[in-house]
Design a binder for this molecule. Structure first.
Ligand SMILES: Nc1nc2c(ncn2[C@@H]2O[C@H](COP(=O)(O)OP(=O)(O)OP(=O)(O)O)[C@@H](O)[C@H]2O)c(=O)[nH]1
Length: 299
């Protein structure tokens, strides 16, 4: 259906905030499908993954960005560039501030970084299910002093409370615009990137803190199954050192087997077909510092 720009609003939005603020979980709750990876460990969102919310009179395109942090490697610098580029292209930015934690230097840093952007700024107080009414009221007052926000919305991605309200508020700040994406489209990420993210998420479960930045996943080949046969997915998990390879594989490959089972289930959900997943762990020495390797791995 064609929409004229007068009666239709559309635009881009993203959530920012310090690590673990709940950005990915909120994105998933809004789009209603698992598209961005979440984990209990900070800084695991790497790809820019979009989710599209369709309404009869509006379209909200969510962009999931990695966090801005002090760059120590080439990858770190590229990630920061990516974050800034994303911020400058968005119409609405939701600054996520966890209700169960006091506002700290990290929040003030990000708040000041986004203050000068042309985007409408919304403060999103996340994880409200973790606090009582009194604590929430206190946090909302503190947020008011943090910056100049067009709206302040408390929300719980886990209970679902206020998620719809937040979407309404964000849509309310979108400019008049023709439709940006076809109806029914939820994400424009190629499927192999989504698959790689699901494998990476599974591989990150329960590993030590220094490992997440050293893992990258590349889906090498996907062979669709014919006549009811499983679709074959061949993927490589890249680490930087052989000691890390041993961690990922585990004793008698037990860990890798678990990773494979978990990732396969997620990929089957994503594709809606039976999947045979073939995983290999490879060492790509210092891939975070090597431009050629970075390009190959999609950065
Ligand atoms: N109780 C509760 N927990 C939440 C909520 N939202 C997120 N969490 C948890 O908080 C942790 C961090 O959530 P993420 O969505 O991964 O946070 P993020 O901001 O995307 O984190 P980075 O990718 O590190 O930047 C996870 O363990 C989530 O399960 C919520 O509404 N309620």
């Amino acid at each position: 259906m064609q929409h004229t720009s007068e009666d239709y609003h559309a635009g881009f939005a993203c959530f920012v905030g310090r690590p673990n603020a709940g950005k990915s979980t909120l994105t998933n709750a809004i789009v209603g499908q698992k598209i961005a990876i979440t984990s209990a460990k900070p800084q695991t969102t790497r790809h820019t993954v979009r989710g599209v919310v369709h309404r009869p009179d509006a379209q909200l395109v969510l962009v999931d960005t990695p966090g801005l942090h002090r760059p120590r490697t080439l990858l770190g610098e590229r990630l920061n560039d990516l974050v800034r580029a994303t911020w400058s292209e968005t119409d609405v930015i939701g600054l996520c501030l966890p209700a169960d934690e006091a506002i700290g230097p990290g929040d003030r840093f990000i708040s000041s970084e986004i203050a000068a952007l042309k985007a409408k700024l919304i403060a999103v107080v996340t994880k409200t299910d973790l606090v009582d009414k009194g604590q929430l009221a206190e946090r909302l007052l503190a947020v008011q002093d943090l910056g100049d926000f067009a709206d302040i919305v408390p929300v719980s991605a886990v209970s679902g409370e206020q998620v719809e309200t937040l979407v309404d508020v964000m849509i309310g700040h979108l400019p008049s615009s023709p439709q940006l994406y076809p109806e029914g489209m939820i994400t424009d990420e190629p499927e192999h990137v989504l698959m790689a993210e699901l494998i990476r998420e599974a591989a990150l479960e329960g590993v030590r803190d220094e490992l997440p930045h050293s893992i990258a996943v590349l889906v090498e080949e996907v062979i669709p199954g014919e006549d009811g046969a499983a679709t074959k997915v061949f993927a490589d998990i890249y680490v930087e050192r052989s000691s890390q390879k041993a961690i990922v594989i585990g004793h008698r490959a037990s860990r890798l087997k678990d990773v494979g089972i978990r990732a396969r289930r997620e990929i089957e959900d994503l594709l809606g077909v039976r999947v045979y997943l073939d995983l290999h762990v490879r060492v790509a020495k210092d891939w975070q510092r090597d431009p050629k390797q970075l390009r190959r791995l999609g950065f």
